[in-house]
Design a protein around this ligand. Structure first.
Ligand code: 9MR
Length: 684
C-alpha cells in the first residue's frame, strides 16, 4: 500500500492563517497578474503605503532577485488614492515572480516572458465561440462549459415595426448563427458592427500573426484561419438581417423582454426582428465593405456577397438618411413592446462617415466620401458602439499607401491622428497609475474597460503609423490596467489572473452547474452610474465602482464589443513584441485544451527536502488536474491526485514523503493536453 499522500491545502492552512488585513494589504500592490515582456516596461502600483522600497522575489518567495525604490507618492483622482510606482523594467529574466513590499507582503504572482499574453489573447477570442447562438457547444471544444443548442433562430417573426408589403407582420424568417451580444441572448446589429470590424482589423493589421493563430474551435481543421472562421459565424448571421427586398437592415433580433438566468436551450421566448434603422444599416455597410477586403483571398464568392450587401445597404441608407431607432417611440405604436438593449443613437453622422470611408477604401470610389462629407468633423475620438467615425480613420490610415492619390489629404489625416494619440499618450506620462485610462472621469462609463481597451487600440494605430515606441508602451499600460494594475485589484478577464471576476452577469455562467464562469470574458468594469442598483459596490468613486456580483449588469457583464478591443490589444502586443511576430509554436500542441497554456509547475521547496515538500503550481485558467510522484525507476510512490478541479491562480500541494528512502523523485502534473514535470530530491 502506498503510504505517501498529497494533501491539497491553501497557503493559509499551511503556513498559518494570514489575517484579513494582510490579504487586504497585499491587494494594495496592483499589477498585471498575467505578466510582462522581457524587453518592455514593467510597473506595479502600490497604494497607501509608507514603504520606500520593493523587492522582486521568486514565486515561492525564496529568492530575492531585484530591489528597487518606490517612486514619489502621487494622487490618482479617479480612485482618490495616493500611490507610488514600482518600476522594475530593467529586470528582464523570464520566470514566475511576486513583488514584495515591506509592511504589505507579496503581490499576486505574475510571469516575465516572451508570448506572455498569448494565452489571454486566445482566451479573449475563444469567448466568441462560447457565446455562439444556434449551435451546441461540444465538450471537445468547450470543456466543462459544454451546452445544448439554443436559439436556432430559424423561425423569427417580423415585428410590426418592421412590416413591409413583401414581409408583413409575423412573417417567419430564418436568421441563425451570430453571437449573443453579452450576458443576454439577443443579437444586435449596431454592436455586431463595431465588434466584427475590430476583430477583422486584427486580421487586416497583423495578417501573418492572425494566419497562424490557432483557436480551439470546431472549424480549426479547415483551410480558413481560425480567427476568420469565428468572425464568419457572426457575419453570416448579419447577412440574414438584411431585407432582400430593399437592402435595409433590421436593428436587432430579440425577445420582447430579457429572459431569466437560464441556459440557452431553456429560453423559449419568441424572437423578433424589429424596425430597420439607418445606424444599423450603415454599420452593416461598413463591416461588409471591410469583410470584402479580408475574405476575398480566402472565400471570393462570400466576399462578393459581402460587397453587394454593403452597396445595397448604402443605397437603402441614402433613401432613409436619418431613420433613428427610438425604442420608446416604437413601443408607443406597436406590440409586442420590446424592452431589451436599445443601442439607440441620436446622431448618425459618424455612421455615415464610417461606412463611406470603408466603401471608399474597398472600391477606390471617392464619391462615397463626397456624399457622406466624411471630413466634416475630422478629429478622431476613442471609438465605441455609438461613435464609429474613428474606425474609418483607422482604415484610411492603414491603407493610406494604396488608396487613390488625391482623394484624401493623408497628411492632414496623420496630423489629426497625431494630435489625438498625443493626448492619450500624455496621460500615460503623467498619470499616478502610469496608465492612459482615467484621463477624465468620463472614461468610467458603462463598459469602461472597453474604453481602456479602445484607447490602447488607438495608440497601436499611432505606433503603426509613426513607429514611436512610446505609443506602444502607452497602449501596453492599458493592457496592464485591464489585467490588474487598477484600483479594483481585479484582473478583469474571467478565468485569468489570480483574482478574476467569478460572478459575471452572463446567463450561461449563472445557470450552468460549473463553478467557474465561462472563461475569457472581459467584465464591463468600474462604472459610477451603478444603473443596476445592485448592492455591494465598494465605492462611488469612478475607478472603484465595480462589484463582482451577478446582479451588476452595469459593471460586471460581458459584451462582444468589449472583448473585441481587448482581443485586439492583446493580439497586437503579441504580434509586435514576441520574438517572431507569430504565435508561439509550442502552444500548438495544446490545441485540445479548452483553456490552453495555463499550467506551470512553479517550484518545489524545500529542495532537497526531508520528509515533506511543497509543490507549487500556477494555473492561468480554471482546470482539472492529475498529479503524481514517481521514483527514479518510474514507480508510482504516491496516492495520485486525480481529476481535481482547481481555480485559476497559484496553488500548493503538500507531498508527505516520510516513509520513502532518500533519492530522486519526479513530479508529473497534467491538465488536458498539458503535462509539466519536475524533479525533487529527498535527503534523510
Ligand atoms: O454597452 C451598452 C452601454 O453603452 C449602454 O449604456 C447600456 C444601456 O443602454 O447598454 C449597454 O449594452 C447592453 C445592451 O443594451 C444589451 N446587452 C448587454 C449590453 C451590455 O451591458
Amino acid at each position: 500500500m502506498k503510504r505517501n499522500v498529497f494533501s491539497a491545502f491553501l497557503i493559509a492552512a499551511a503556513f498559518g492563517s494570514p489575517t484579513a488585513s494582510a490579504a487586504e494589504e497585499a491587494e494594495a500592490i496592483r499589477l498585471n497578474q498575467i505578466g510582462f515582456y522581457p524587453e518592455a516596461p514593467k510597473t506595479a502600483v502600490v497604494a497607501d503605503n509608507a514603504s520606500s522600497s520593493f523587492f522582486l522575489l521568486s514565486a515561492d518567495e525564496g529568492d530575492t532577485l531585484f530591489e528597487g525604490s518606490l517612486g514619489p507618492a502621487k494622487k490618482w483622482a479617479p480612485s482618490d488614492e495616493t500611490v507610488k510606482r514600482a518600476d522594475f523594467s530593467s529586470f528582464r529574466d523570464p520566470g514566475d515572480y511576486v513583488l514584495f513590499v515591506p509592511g504589505l507582503g507579496a503581490s499576486h504572482p505574475f510571469s516575465i516572458g516572451h508570448f506572455v499574453h498569448q494565452g489571454v489573447a486566445r482566451a479573449g477570442l475563444k469567448s466568441y465561440y462560447f457565446n455562439r447562438a444556434s449551435m451546441a457547444l461540444d465538450e471537445a471544444y468547450a470543456g466543462p462549459w459544454k451546452r445544448a443548442l439554443g436559439h436556432a433562430d430559424n423561425k423569427v417573426y417580423i415585428h410590426p415595426s418592421a412590416a413591409t408589403a413583401e414581409r408583413p407582420e409575423k412573417t417567419l424568417i430564418s436568421c441563425p448563427r451570430g453571437w449573443y451580444d453579452a450576458g443576454d441572448y439577443n443579437k444586435y446589429i449596431v454592436n455586431s458592427g463595431i465588434t466584427c470590424w475590430t476583430l477583422l482589423a486584427i486580421y487586416e493589421h497583423f495578417r501573418e500573426y492572425a494566419d497562424s493563430l490557432v483557436l480551439h474551435i470546431p472549424e480549426n481543421r479547415n483551410s480558413l484561419p481560425d480567427l476568420l472562421d469565428e468572425i464568419l459565424w457572426n457575419l453570416r448571421w448579419m447577412l440574414t438581417m438584411q431585407d432582400p427586398y430593399d437592402g435595409g437592415v433590421y436593428h436587432k433580433l430579440t425577445s420582447p423582454e430579457f429572459c431569466g438566468f437560464v441556459m440557452p436551450d431553456q429560453d423559449k421566448l419568441a424572437r423578433w426582428v424589429v424596425q430597420k434603422s439607418t445606424a444599423a444599416t450603415l454599420d452593416f455597410a461598413a463591416v461588409m465593405a471591410q469583410a470584402y477586403r479580408v475574405y476575398s483571398d480566402h472565400l471570393p464568392s462570400f466576399a462578393d456577397s459581402c460587397l453587394s450587401a454593403s452597396l445595397a445597404a448604402w443605397s437603402w441608407a441614402r433613401l432613409h438618411p436619418d431613420l433613428l431607432y427610438d425604442q420608446n417611440a416604437m413601443n408607443a405604436l406597436f406590440s409586442p413592446r420590446v424592452n431589451t438593449g436599445a443601442y439607440g443613437d441620436s446622431n448618425v453622422g459618424d455612421e455615415w462617415d464610417w461606412a463611406a470611408m470603408e466603401l471608399f477604401v474597398t472600391t477606390g470610389r471617392d464619391s462615397f466620401l463626397l456624399i457622406a462629407d466624411a471630413f466634416d468633423k475630422p478629429q478622431p475620438a476613442v471609438p465605441g458602439w455609438g461613435s464609429v467615425r474613428t474606425l474609418g480613420f483607422y482604415s484610411l490610415l492603414h491603407h493610406r499607401k494604396t488608396i487613390p492619390a488625391g482623394s484624401v489629404d493623408t497628411l492632414a489625416l496623420k496630423n489629426n491622428f497625431f494630435t489625438f494619440a498625443d493626448g492619450l499618450r500624455s496621460e500615460w506620462m503623467i498619470s499616478a497609475y502610469g496608465v492612459v485610462m482615467g484621463k477624465s472621469n468620463g472614461d468610467f462609463v458603462w463598459g469602461s474597460n472597453a474604453v481602456a481597451a479602445n484607447q490602447g487600440m488607438a495608440l497601436i494605430q499611432a505606433f503603426l503609423a509613426f513607429r514611436d515606441s512610446t505609443y506602444l508602451w502607452a497602449a501596453l499600460s492599458n493592457l496592464d490596467y485591464l489585467l490588474g494594475r487598477n484600483a479594483t485589484t481585479y484582473c478583469f478577464i474571467t478565468g485569468w489572473g489570480e483574482k478574476g471576476p467569478l460572478n459575471i452577469h452572463h446567463r450561461q455562467s449563472g445557470s450552468d452547474r460549473v463553478k467557474d464562469p465561462v472563461p475569457g470574458f472581459l467584465a464591463g468594469g468600474p462604472n459610477p452610474g451603478q444603473q443596476d442598483g445592485c448592492a455591494g459596490y465598494p465605492s462611488d468613486l469612478p475607478a472603484r465602482s465595480y462589484v463582482d456580483s451577478q446582479c451588476s449588469y452595469a459593471s460586471n457583464e460581458n459584451a462582444i464589443n468589449w472583448n473585441a478591443p481587448f482581443s485586439y490589444l492583446a493580439c497586437a502586443m503579441e504580434a509586435l513584441l514576441s520574438p517572431t511576430g507569430l504565435p508561439d509554436k509550442s502552444s500548438l500542441k495544446n490545441r485540445k485544451a479548452p483553456v490552453p497554456d495555463c499550467l506551470s509547475l512553479v517550484r518545489t521547496y524545500p529542495n532537497p527536502f526531508n520528509a515533506n515538500a511543497v509543490i507549487r503550481f500556477s494555473l492561468a485558467g480554471p482546470a482539472c488536474l492529475n498529479m503524481a510522484v514517481y521514483d527514479a525507476a518510474g514507480r508510482l510512490v504516491s496516492e495520485p491526485v486525480r481529476k481535481t478541479r482547481f481555480t485559476a491562480g497559484m496553488h500548493q500541494v503538500l507531498f508527505q514523503g516520510g516513509g520513502l528512502p532518500s533519492g530522486i523523485y519526479m513530479i508529473r502534473v497534467q491538465s488536458g493536453a498539458e503535462v509539466k514535470t519536475g524533479k525533487m530530491v529527498l535527503v534523510k
